[in-house]
Design a binder for this molecule. Structure first.
Ligand SMILES: Nc1ncnc2c1ncn2[C@@H]1O[C@H](COP(=O)(O)OP(=O)(O)OP(=O)(O)O)[C@@H](O)[C@H]1O
Ligand SMILES: [Mg+2]
Length: 263
């Protein structure tokens, strides 16, 4: 199996290279979890407005790469550049401040909190009134913005006060996407957003990713389902055992070729 996979590893000089204005770029990322080498000298990039499909088998290192790029985990080595500036991302908030919004594989939302609160987690608008050193959250502003954002994503039947735990998986993804739209992110990272979604919900998420692209907002989209990624992606990056093994424009490959590469 390893030999067959090896035969399909593209020579690195055939990987797509970043342009001079790449939105995000990393070079030589390394990450160890104890004895597990989760990222092996990974170079990766996304151009602005580009949809990059990130594929690979279980444990390939996809989520780890995303966690490093979004400031959730520090790399052990390597460099990250956003808009050409070298950055040290210590928290997801720092990545958000630079326009990188991430929907993680398992925890996109705080279920017991309302849609409105979830939209503004960590970035709550403060009202003019203060109690001691703490500003009060401007609830009205949050609800107004959430209401408008919900209409953007066709969730008009839901009040912004609805707890997220009452939403379906697809609706939760929609709220996360509305959040990215609201904060005018430059890049939305989605880790397995279509897992456990109905066909209808999946199509909705795929449509949003495409409509974000029309607004100039790119995405890194992780999925096990090549049939979800392939139609929307501009480029496909494949990983195996912590290494990037392919980086290819969609127009230069096919679903069959990629499926053979990663299984
Ligand atoms: N927090 C952690 N602690 C220890 N090991 C980890 C941790 N996170 C990931 N790993 C290990 O790192 C490797 C890469 O995991 P990662 O979650 O990045 O894979 P993945 O490509 O996202 O897989 P999947 O498709 O199953 O989500 C795996 O061997 C995994 O067990
Ligand atoms: Mg993962």
């Amino acid at each position: 199996m390893a030999e067959i996979l090896r035969e399909h590893v593209l020579p690195k000089d055939r990987f797509v290279q970043p342009g001079p204005n790449a939105l995000i770029r990393c070079v030589g990322l390394e990450k160890w979890y104890g004895g597990v080498h989760a990222l092996v000298s990974v170079d990766f990039h996304a151009e602005s407005g580009e949809i990059v499909g990130l594929v690979g088998d279980n444990g390939a290192g996809k989520s780890t790469l995303i966690k490093v790029l979004s400031g959730a985990h520090p790399p052990d080595a390597g460099k990250i550049y956003i808009d050409g500036d070298e950055v040290q991302l210590r928290t997801p908030k720092e990545a958000m401040a630079r326009g990188i919004e991430t929907i993680y594989q398992y925890t996109a939302m705080v279920p017991a909190m309302s849609i409105a609160r979830n939209m503004f987690i960590g970035r709550e608008p403060l009202s003019r009134f203060k109690i001691g050193p703490f500003g009060l959250m401007d609830r009205r502003t949050m609800v107004d913005h959430a209401t408008r954002s919900l209409s953007n994503i066709d969730l008009t039947e839901r009040s912004p006060d609805t707890p997220v735990e009452e939403l379906s998986g697809g609706q939760r993804q929609s709220v996360a996407i509305a959040r990215a739209m609201y904060f005018k992110s430059k890049l939305l990272i989605l880790d397995e957003p279509t897992n456990h979604l109905s066909v209808k919900e999946t199509n909705k998420v795929l449509d949003y990713v495409l409509s974000l692209k029309e607004q100039g907002i790119g995405s890194i989209f992780i999925s096990h389902n090549m049939h979800h990624i392939f139609p929307i992606a501009d480029r496909i990056v494949a990983m195996a055992r912590g290494e990037k093994i392919a980086d290819i424009m969609k127009s230069d490959t096919s679903i069959d070729e990629l499926t053979e590469l990663i299984v």
